[in-house]
Structure formats: C-alpha cells, structure tokens
Design a protein around this ligand. Structure first.
Ligand code: SAH
Ligand code: SF4
Length: 356
C-alpha cells in the first residue's frame, strides 16, 4: 500500500488525470471529489452513486480514511473544543474548534511537532516528527465537523508546526479548502501564522491570496528575539519586517503581529515603546497574548496591569491592538500541550470523549 496517493490530497484536476488514466470516465472524478471534499467521506464504501467495481478499483489505487478523535476536551463554557486527532501512521496532532459570534473557527496543525524551537512553545519540545499532507490538514476540519456537528467558517493555521516550513503542502491545502467543489472557505477567512521564514513569506506574497499573514514576533529587538524565536538568527528583524511590509502592500491585507507577553521577559514599557518604533509604517494589527504557561519552559504570564499598560502604549502610538481572548486556558489550549500530556500518560490530559 505504501506509495499510493491519499484520495484527500488530490485536487479535482489531479483526480481527473488519475481516474481517466485508470480507464474510468472523467465524470467519476467529479463524483469522487464531491464525496471527499464536499461531503467529507472517509471511505469509498460511502460513495453510493459509484458502482461496486469502481469503488473497488479506487480502493486499490488510493489510500482512504480520515483522522480519528483520540481525545477531546471541552472548555467549561462550551465555546472551545480541543481535539487530539490520530493520523493513519499512529501519530497525532492537535486541532481546536472555537465558537465566535459569526460561526466556528478551526485552529489547525501543519506538522507533527516543529523544528523551530521557540522558547514559549510546547510543539517544538521534541523537534519535527513529520510534515502533514494537505489532506491531513483538511481531515482535521472534517473530523471536528463530524464529531461536533458544527460547521467551520474560518481557519487559523496556529496549531503545531510551522506552515512555511511545510510550504508546498500548506499552499495546496489553501487551494483545496477554498475550492468550489470542496469546503469553499474564502481565503479572507484564513490566517496563516509563521515564526518568520522570510523567503517563504515572499513566495506566499507572490501568490496574491487574500489570506491574512500573522507573524509571531514576541520581541522588539534581535537580541531578545534570537532567544525566544531562534529562527530570528537566520532571518533577523531587519529582513523580516520589510517582508511583512511588502506582504501587506502587495495583498492589501493588514499583517497581524502576535506578541506573547511573558512576565519580566518582554513585557516592560520599554519593550512596548521599542515595538511601537520598529513597526512604524507597516499596515498592521497587534495581537497581545498573555503567554500560556508551559511548565517545561519555566515562563510565566504577564500581570494584568502590565498587559493593560503594554496595550495602552501601543494604542497611543496609533496601532490597533487586541488582547487575545484566553481561549480554553482551562483545557490546555496552548499549542502542543494536550498532545504532550496524553503521550506522557498524564491523567489530567486524558479526559476521554465528551468530558467537559
Ligand atoms: N509556527 C507558527 C504557527 C503555530 S504557533 C508560528 O509560530 O506562528 C501559533 C502561535 O501560538 C504563535 O504565535 C506562537 O508563538 C504561539 N504560542 C506558542 N506557544 C504559546 C504559549 N505557550 N502561549 C502563548 N502563545 C503561544
Ligand atoms: Fe514551531 Fe510556531 Fe511553536 Fe515556534 S511557536 S516552535 S514555529 S509551532
């Protein structure tokens, strides 16, 4: 079976090529795409408008199957569900379903683990395990929709992994999720978050998709950012910020700068002033995130008073600033945390299905 393509990884055009090469009529590809990408089918057996022999032929040519819910935790107020989803090879990723006023947003993973090694993040603790395929990114949406009965309206690529370190698969996912024959989620409703891989930011910019770029800044100078977000050593602020500016100008979309506030590390008034200076002239929005403590990293969250002051300084400098809603803190919604707990066999992280 190894080496076969997974059916959910293929666009309609690719399905047409593969299916006609098998000697089947082209319209079968549209039927399969409808099942896989519109209805979220996870097996050929479900494709009831295909004759039995066609289904069997497809099953010999392609992998099938979806992601399975290994674990889930529902926040006390019911607005956030965090899933641990199992992949075909026994790996697992985290995905979160969040309820907003205008529908549900899915936070998806793009890799198992991550090799960027940011200090605040649990995803990078074991390094990169592997990339996800486009179909595995889509599969997270389908698994959550199926389990919850809710429909995903918007997407943030902010689960585990660095999407621009898995560039080809991520771009193909953006095509598939937007396709009319599929979920048809508009690019305006998608945010891609990166730690700052500058050449890939320019590549993405050239595609001129209407997606929002979020950049995990976390520090206003190279010295501090080198420590918190090590990829900064390869792509320092003097390269990253012009790339963000170019992205905003080319796409017309405001860049969103993510800044995790860590007690006594990057949350002083001087840091806020420095941040206001370096972002001058960039069409952007700043999102402050009181850091979700990661016990393994020994980092604490900023005091509420410091968060307020930090926000005020930036606002006075003219920036639109939001403080991220503390989504699901009670369910370990920070990246990588549920997966680590479950894999480590920690009972607190091991609430089985439906537990709130
Ligand atoms: N790799 C991408 C996307 C995934 S991380 C990136 O780094 O942007 C999504 C966001 O969560 C990033 O802004 C990341 O820095 C942030 N994050 C990671 N661990 C966190 C924590 N413990 N508390 C708050 N934010 C965290
Ligand atoms: Fe990777 Fe993003 Fe975590 Fe950094 S913050 S280790 S880039 S997932």
């Amino acid at each position: 079976m190894a080496g076969l393509p997974h059916i959910r990884d293929l666009t309609l055009a690719e399905l047409e090529r593969e299916i006609t090469a098998m000697g089947l009529p082209k319209y079968r590809a549209a039927q399969v795409a409808d099942w896989v990408h519109k209805k979220g089918a996870t097996s050929f057996a479900e494709m009831t408008n295909l004759p039995q022999e066609v289904r069997e032929k497809l099953a010999r040519a392609f992998h099938q199957g979806g992601l399975t819910v290994w674990d889930k935790k529902v926040s006390r107020d019911g607005s956030t569900i965090k899933y641990l989803l199992g992949l075909a090879d026994g790996q697992a990723v985290e995905s979160v379903l969040m309820q907003y006023r205008y529908g549900h947003s899915a936070c998806l993973s793009t890799q198992v683990g991550c090799r960027m090694g940011c200090r605040i993040c649990a995803s990078g603790l074991e390094g990169l395990v592997r990339n996800l395929s486009p179909g595995e990114m889509l599969g997270q949406i389908w698994a959550m929709q199926r389990d919850s009965g809710r429909r995903v309206r918007s997407i943030v690529l902010m689960g585990s992994g660095e999407p621009l370190d898995n560039y080809e698969a991520t771009v193909k996912f953006l095509e598939l999720v937007n396709a009319r024959y599929g979920l048809n989620i508009g690019h305006r409703h998608i945010t891609l978050s990166t730690s700052g891989i500058v050449p890939r930011i320019y590549d993405l910019m050239r595609l001129r998709l209407a997606i929002t770029l979020a950049v995990s800044l976390h520090a206003p100078n190279n010295e501090l950012r080198d420590r918190l977000v090590p990829v900064n050593k390869a792509y320092p602020l003097e390269e990253l910020l012009p790339a963000c500016s170019a992205y905003a100008e080319t796409t017309g979309r405001r860049v969103s700068f993510e800044y995790a506030l860590i007690h006594n590390v990057n949350d002083t008034r001087e840091h806020a002033g420095e941040l206001a200076r370096i972002l001058a002239g960039i069409h952007c929005h700043i999102n402050l995130i009181p850091v979700n403590p990661v016990p393994e990293r020994g980092m604490g969250r900023s005091r509420p008073g410091n968060v307020r002051l930090f926000k005020e300084i930036l606002e006075r400098a003219g920036y639109p600033v939001t403080v991220r809603r503390e989504l699901g803190l009670d369910i370990n919604a920070a990246c990588g945390q549920l997966r680590r707990r479950v894999l480590a066999g920690d009972q607190n992280g091991r609430n089985r299905r439906g537990v709130s």
